[in-house]
Design a protein around this ligand. Sequence first.
Ligand SMILES: Cc1cc2nc3c(=O)[nH]c(=O)nc-3n(C[C@H](O)[C@H](O)[C@H](O)COP(=O)(O)OP(=O)(O)OC[C@H]3O[C@@H](n4cnc5c(N)ncnc54)[C@H](O)[C@@H]3O)c2cc1C
Length: 509
Amino acid sequence: MAKVHIWQQNPEPITDIVSEETADVVVLGAGIAGCIATQSVAESGASVICAEKFDKPSSHGTDVAAVNSIVQEREGVHVDPLEAARLIYQWSQQQANYNLIRIWADRSGEVVSHYVELAEQYGYTVRLNSWLTARADWYDLEEKYRMFRTAHLFEVPEGSDLKKERWNATYLVTVAYKDALKHGAKFMFNSPAVRLVKENGRVTGAIVKTDEGYKKLNAKNGVILATGGITDNDEMKECFCPISLRADKNENYPKGGNMGDGLVMGKWIGAAFSRCYPAPIIHPVNLSVLGPGMASSWLIVNRYGKRFMNETAFEPMITNARMTAPGNVAWTIWDSNYMEHFKAQEPDKFSALPENTPELVEKCVESGEYKKAETLEGLAEQIDVPADNLKATVERYNQIVRDGNDVDFGVPERFLSPCEQGPFYATKISAWLLSLPYGLHVDDNSQVCTEEDDPIPGLYAVGNVQGDYWANSYPVTCPGSSHGRSVTFGRLVGCALAQNKNIDGTDAM
Ligand SMILES: Cc1cc2nc3c(=O)[nH]c(=O)nc-3n(C[C@H](O)[C@H](O)[C@H](O)COP(=O)(O)OP(=O)(O)OC[C@H]3O[C@@H](n4cnc5c(N)ncnc54)[C@H](O)[C@@H]3O)c2cc1C
């Protein structure tokens, strides 16, 4: 008998409510999208309560994508919003809602500029990141690999308490959180939302579980769901994105935050799930010592020692190929001239590599993360692939490099580096599931909709619980895209709902 999932069941009603509170807007989830939404409502002069499952706001990651912000203007970078939106839309095979992408492309500049100015008041600096994830000059590559300089990096001054935080996104979330408090927002931590309240066809609030019991939060204008995606929910992954179960474990953030609660609560009151297949954010964090090694292309072989993918370092392409490879394994192979190869592939970044990179590489060999052998036969033995196959693969690959024409997989010439000079190195291609955005079906106002595409009065979704935005594969065309759309829609929906309006200026229902 087919399993009946929790989102397909009717939940038990909750009747033992210990107290009620009312605000103009209720936000569920205090991640980047929820904090920005809460701050935006409060800054707009309306009352807001944000309920969060954990004991503080959550944040991770580095880049925040925007198109034509004041930072881009200062740095002389212009991105064509039409081109950026078109490419993201194409990545979804046109499954996504183009209008949502276009709202991000057209309005993220103004939104992120607002937070840049706010952050600067707190002593931060913001610059474009072209180091780790956003390549400096990939906008002139062919469309398949094109990358725009959209990644904004928030930095705090030396001596700031926040310096100890691992992620730059935490700096932005902290600014939003502090500013929300300053404008009178109320945060309730350790208070997971367990139900949406729907009365006479309208979502009028939510029930949250606290140490004191269940509390009902009434929302005069509407509820904004910002509960994140389904990263931590294996049952949902199996149903909606099985490939993500083949990713490696990533222990980078508090587990249990992204259980798809927003989807479940939404489904229970008649919402539909996203029309799109999910687009997992899965990055290869290999060649870790080389830092942006994931931005360089090296020969990759499968467990048979054979080349099987285009190695151009466009993250989702690498990890998708790894996760569908036999045995879910792939090896990067490189030779002892890796510093030269790296310089040829990424001249802009080379100077940022630490001087002692070779020393750090040897440390990885000592730790076992990297394998090293004088000969290809020796390397093949260490990584358990047939030596004859590996030698033949390397020979053919080196011929391709000499010809400057990858007749097998079409890697652009710039990213072809020979593998000739021993000792040789290998490391497993990793596939880290950073985040699995999957959400509710929404309209152009990010208002949650039913299966019949009718907006549900009073309910909006921002961040990873907003569906219909990407499909199939996360586009790194605009680095920082996940934070970028979280911030953009968090603000646009927050500001609009504070006035009881929709993003498009119509009255909220
Ligand atoms: C290591 C790492 C690096 C990353 N790097 C980048 C990057 O550089 N650029 C980029 O764009 N993206 C990056 N990402 C992805 C990005 O961080 C996420 O996609 C983004 O955080 C999504 O924001 P969100 O607010 O929608 O969800 P989340 O940040 O997941 O926040 C959701 C919040 O809702 C809370 N919540 C869940 N259920 C409930 C409930 N029932 N009631 C109340 N609260 C609830 C959660 O506890 C959480 O605090 C990275 C992710 C990771 C893990």
